[in-house]
Write a protein that binds this ligand. Structure first.
Ligand code: C5P
Length: 224
């Protein structure tokens, strides 16, 4: 079902504002992506609110620090019951492994399912993806469940491991402004290439009628 492949990026500094946007698109979108801005404003309450609204949560905090620090933070985040959580592959294999173990330990602390641990490969705002293969190798070696990548790299991920989850942000409709994104494409192209989760950011949230754009994308993705 298309809805389960779509995430909305709630990039706002206020939880009530995020909730309003989430409610507008929830008929078409199953996953609420909480990033640095909203988590900085509202913390774990943002996760709880999105769960109450019926969403699965992708906690997009992109951890990157020494392995011990990341492992300890990941353990706390692993207790929140989110479906996806991420950190930078650029932190290296030891850090990635610490993150994966931290998330699993946190989930075990509260007897919940561990999040799918995602390594960020190369940011979609970066036109230079030359580090991609090395970052993918780090994610695979570090025990991740998948990666965040652009649609241009999905095939390489699936070739390396067919069941590795691909989460694809930075998608745009043909008429949209690309803003600060560089390695972009349409959500339909991402779906055709086999993206497991497609992140809809400003394409939906900056639209005059977000619910209509989200419904249109969900309808089109369902046809593929
Ligand atoms: O509005 P836009 O579609 O550019 O939003 C993209 C979202 O995906 C932002 O929340 C951004 O932080 C996130 N993201 C990204 N590139 C990555 C990982 C996450 O743009 N590699």
């Amino acid at each position: 079902m298309a809805r389960s492949r779509l995430a909305v990026a709630l990039d706002v500094p206020d939880l009530d504002e995020a909730s309003l946007m989430a409610k507008r698109v929830r008929d078409s979108v199953e996953i609420a992506k909480i990033g640095l801005e909203l988590y900085s404003a509202a913390g774990p309450a943002a996760v709880e609110r999105m769960h109450d609204l019926g969403f699965d949560v992708f906690l997009d905090l992109k951890l990157h620090d020494i392995p011990t620090t990341v492992g300890r933070a990941a353990r706390v985040l692993g207790r929140l019951g989110v479906r996806y959580c991420n950190f930078h592959a650029a932190g290296g294999e030891a850090m990635v492994r610490a993150a994966v173990e931290g998330l699993a330990n946190g989930a075990r602390d509260v007897s919940t399912t561990p999040p799918v641990a995602l390594a960020v490969t190369v940011l979609t705002s970066d036109p230079d993806a030359s580090a991609f293969d090395a970052r993918l190798a780090t994610a695979l070696a570090g025990g991740c469940g998948g990666v965040v990548c652009s649609l241009l790299e999905i095939e390489r991920v699936k070739h390396a491991r067919a069941d590795f989850v691909t989460v694809v942000p930075g998608t745009r409709l043909p008429t949209d402004d690309t803003n600060d994104q560089a390695r972009t494409g349409t959500p339909f192209e991402a779906a055709r290439r086999g993206a497991d989760v497609i992140v809809l950011g400003r394409t939906v949230t900056a639209a005059a009628q977000p619910e209509e754009v989200a419904a249109y994308i969900a309808r089109e993705v369902a046809k593929l």
